[in-house]
Design a protein around this ligand. Sequence first.
Ligand SMILES: *[C@@H]1O[C@H](CO)[C@@H](O)[C@H](O)[C@H]1NC(C)=O
Ligand SMILES: *[C@@H]1O[C@H](CO)[C@@H](O)[C@H](O)[C@H]1NC(C)=O
Ligand SMILES: *[C@@H]1O[C@H](CO)[C@@H](O)[C@H](O)[C@H]1NC(C)=O
Ligand SMILES: *[C@@H]1O[C@H](CO)[C@@H](O)[C@H](O)[C@H]1NC(C)=O
Ligand SMILES: *[C@@H]1O[C@H](CO)[C@@H](O)[C@H](O)[C@H]1NC(C)=O
Ligand SMILES: *[C@@H]1O[C@H](CO)[C@@H](O)[C@H](O)[C@H]1NC(C)=O
Ligand SMILES: *[C@@H]1O[C@H](CO)[C@@H](O)[C@H](O)[C@H]1NC(C)=O
Ligand SMILES: *[C@@H]1O[C@H](CO)[C@@H](O)[C@H](O)[C@H]1NC(C)=O
Ligand SMILES: *[C@@H]1O[C@H](CO)[C@@H](O)[C@H](O)[C@H]1NC(C)=O
Ligand SMILES: *[C@@H]1O[C@H](CO)[C@@H](O)[C@H](O)[C@H]1NC(C)=O
Ligand SMILES: *[C@@H]1O[C@H](CO)[C@@H](O)[C@H](O)[C@H]1NC(C)=O
Ligand SMILES: *[C@@H]1O[C@H](CO)[C@@H](O)[C@H](O)[C@H]1NC(C)=O
Length: 812
Amino acid sequence: MSKPCFLSCFLFFFFFFFFIPKLSFSCPQDQRQSLLEFKNMLIHNIKENSTAVGGLGTWRPNSDCCKWLRVRCNASSPSKEVIDLNLSYLILSGTVSSSILRPVLRINSLVSLDVSYNSIQGEIPGDAFVNLTSLISLDMSSNRFNGSIPHELFSLKNLQRLDLSRNVIGGTLSGDIKELKNLQELILDENLIGGEIPPEIGSLVELRTLTLRQNMFNGSIPSSVSRLTKLKTIDLQNNSLSSDIPDDIGNLVNLSTLSLSMNKLWGGIPTSIQNLKNLETIQLENNNGLSGEIPTAWLFGLEKLKVLRLGGNKLQWNNNGYVFPQFKLTDLSLRSCGLKGNIPDWLKNQTTLVYLDLSINRLEGSFPKWLADLTIQFIILSDNRLSGSLPPNLFQSPSLSYLVLSRNNFSGQIPEKIVISLVMVLMLSENNFSGSVPKSITKIFLLELLDLSKNRLSGEFPRFHPESNLVWLDISSNEFSGDVPAYFGGSISMLLMSQNNFSGEFPQNFRNLSRLIRLDLHDNKISGEFASLTSRLSSSLEVLSLRNNSLKGSIPEGISNLTSLQVLDLSQNNLDGYLPSSLGNLTSMIKSPESSSSAKRPFYSFNTDLETLIKIKSQDIFSLVVNWKNSKQVLFDRNFYLYTLLDLSKNKLHGEIPTSLGNLKRLKVLNVSNNEFSGLIPQSFGDLEKVESLDLSHNNLTGEIPKTLSKLSELNTLDLSNNKLTGRIPVSPQLDRLNNPNIYANNSGICGMQIQVPCSPTQTKQPAEEKEEEEEEDKEEETMFSWKAAVIGCSCGFLIAVVFMSYNGIWK
Ligand SMILES: *[C@@H]1O[C@H](CO)[C@@H](O)[C@H](O)[C@H]1NC(C)=O
Ligand SMILES: *[C@@H]1O[C@H](CO)[C@@H](O)[C@H](O)[C@H]1NC(C)=O
Ligand SMILES: *[C@@H]1O[C@H](CO)[C@@H](O)[C@H](O)[C@H]1NC(C)=O
Ligand SMILES: *[C@@H]1O[C@H](CO)[C@@H](O)[C@H](O)[C@H]1NC(C)=O
Ligand SMILES: *[C@@H]1O[C@H](CO)[C@@H](O)[C@H](O)[C@H]1NC(C)=O
Ligand SMILES: *[C@@H]1O[C@H](CO)[C@@H](O)[C@H](O)[C@H]1NC(C)=O
Ligand SMILES: *[C@@H]1O[C@H](CO)[C@@H](O)[C@H](O)[C@H]1NC(C)=O
Ligand SMILES: *[C@@H]1O[C@H](CO)[C@@H](O)[C@H](O)[C@H]1NC(C)=O
Ligand SMILES: *[C@@H]1O[C@H](CO)[C@@H](O)[C@H](O)[C@H]1NC(C)=O
Ligand SMILES: *[C@@H]1O[C@H](CO)[C@@H](O)[C@H](O)[C@H]1NC(C)=O
Ligand SMILES: *[C@@H]1O[C@H](CO)[C@@H](O)[C@H](O)[C@H]1NC(C)=O
Ligand SMILES: *[C@@H]1O[C@H](CO)[C@@H](O)[C@H](O)[C@H]1NC(C)=O
């Protein structure tokens, strides 16, 4: 080995072992240790069944942490400190405690930290933030942080972006918010922060963005907001703010976005807003309380305006004035603003429109051709008085995605040539459309919701392609005929085809519809064996209504395979045979879904923008009509998980009523009337603890009314008439209120104080029951005395209550 070689080798090793570490081609040792500590905690500390994924494999002890995934170091600093750490989407299921962040928070050089989407739970470890003074961007959104915002966060003077959205942080914003003098962006969306917006917000004079969206702020918009003159965006949507819009909002000269939708604001639109020449977005929708005339004179002069959403208030359009819009809008909502006459002409100029909602007005005349020619995505004109036929070019729009024309007076045929390939939602219900549905409609692959209900459409309904994305189809109340439509894609969840003339046997290929949740075919002419039908239905089915068809045969044992069934309405058919005892095994009629989240989930899964859909959906579209005693009642989806109904009335079912029906503890309505059932009323009916309506009338039932019925504390509709029942009506506060003699009429000797028929000695019971009987007689005297008064206080029915809730709740 020569000397030069020896020397160069020496130098090489010298540099390698000595200089290189000193020159620090690696991140600082302590920061690497902190990151490794975090990784170990993540692996060992995660609660049961959590999964940690996403690139931490590169985090190895003896490597340069600047090369690890999710880590970025300061390249221009000799010590290569970690400045950027993105830990989002690490924990995909399960939860971890917020203390897991502590090692990471020791890295004082951090400029940007993102821990979003991790199901981290517990309070934000505020004390650990004190030294993170370089932090500019902090994203902690979509976790389960709770408690309040720690005041230490407010001392992070350089912070420009703070995102705490989608957590469960509570309490009010603390006064420490004052300290955030340099904060430029405050985003606290979608938490559960409540109380009033503190006036101290006005000291954050550097703020560019103030987003407190989807929280629970109430009270007023503090006028101190007007001091935040650098604000470009103020977004307070979806809170409970209840005040007027402060007039000095006009001081925010650089404001481009003013979003105050979905609050409880009142008063007029302040005229000072006309000073805000940079405004691009004004969203004041759904406040209910905003009123007064829409100030078109200056509002339509805001040249930069692109989004103007004023619908869902008490604002009034001046139908006599002329408008000269200086803007080119993309979004316009004038829903329920009192528009009259034709669809306004000035819209012709709005060639950039993407979203147009003029629903719930008094517009009349025809659908203008020029509107169909705009390259627009959303046309929502429901609930007006528009008439005439639709221009054919509307159905050839290359951009249309939502077309909602429900509840107008449109007529004529649906154009034959439909090439609206981007349409997801098409609602033409409650008009006067006639003729057949063109086959070309089935070629719209993006179509998810098709509502043609309540028209006069006829002919056979076309077959959809197996790869169609249709989720929701409503063609009820038309004049369709032929076989029951059965050709849909695998996404179909809702098939509402009642009140048509569908006939023939139930189609074979229903088996493939594995996501079907609701099948409503009442009032058609479907024939054939019911048994062959059940084997073709998916166990996902929650509602099956076949009322008033011509089905025959018996109800098969296999019915219990429909484990999700909550509403089964088979009334008014020709079913005969015995009831299978497996009916008592219908799981969803026995116990409530475990978690309320699954109970309240939306039962359809649309890909489309659900928010818009919810805004435009109407009560009757998401509802189901059932028989409740002799009247029809509407069940609304919002509360759908509450309903359970079994209606087998008006068939020819016979034999005994199986005892197992008493298992169906969730049932609200049980109707087996107008059949040929014989034998005794099962004792087990006393276990139907939720039942409100029980109709056993018009059968051949014998024996006594079981005493167990006195346990039914929610019963408010009972009909036992037209049977062969005998003996005494049991006594209970609830039964004593049900004193209309008709509900016991035409039996073979029923007595009791409820119907003021005294029981004769021959109607007394077996000796074994005598003792109980005596006690009851004492009680009976007492009750006789007061039952008249009790009637007045009769508990309100479940359905009535729910229907009421829905009417109040669904339009928000
Ligand atoms: C966790 O997973 C195991 C097996 O995969 C399962 O038995 C257990 O119920 C799960 N625990 C939770 C809380 O999900
Ligand atoms: C990176 O380091 C240099 C030199 O120390 C410093 O001037 C700069 O501010 C640092 N960059 C960041 C983003 O921290
Ligand atoms: C972190 O990574 C996620 C997913 O890759 C990305 O969406 C997010 O923008 C990143 N955060 C930051 C602050 O760059
Ligand atoms: C912050 O820095 C100070 C001074 O270096 C130190 O004493 C303190 O422990 C640090 N606090 C945290 C939470 O790291
Ligand atoms: C936050 O969540 C943790 C863990 O679920 C709980 O122990 C703690 O009481 C909660 N704190 C607050 C203020 O709700
Ligand atoms: C409004 O906020 C509530 C929670 O507070 C949320 O459930 C709802 O989806 C939000 N609505 C919209 C349209 O964002
Ligand atoms: C705001 O909400 C808080 C707590 O939820 C309540 O105590 C307060 O009375 C409410 N204020 C107004 C003006 O509604
Ligand atoms: C408004 O924005 C302009 C341009 O960005 C800026 O020069 C001006 O200082 C801003 N005004 C206020 C009050 O911040
Ligand atoms: C539409 O715009 C043109 C030119 O910009 C203008 O002359 C016309 O008056 C506008 N029409 C309406 C109805 O505003
Ligand atoms: C009910 O389900 C079981 C098991 O999945 C199956 O074996 C049986 O054939 C089904 N019964 C009917 C009538 O579909
Ligand atoms: C009802 O379910 C129980 C338990 O799953 C089972 O033992 C019984 O045989 C079933 N009854 C009928 C009639 O299917
Ligand atoms: C009712 O029952 C009696 C005997 O219990 C029987 O003779 C009669 O045929 C039955 N009537 C009907 C309609 O099933």
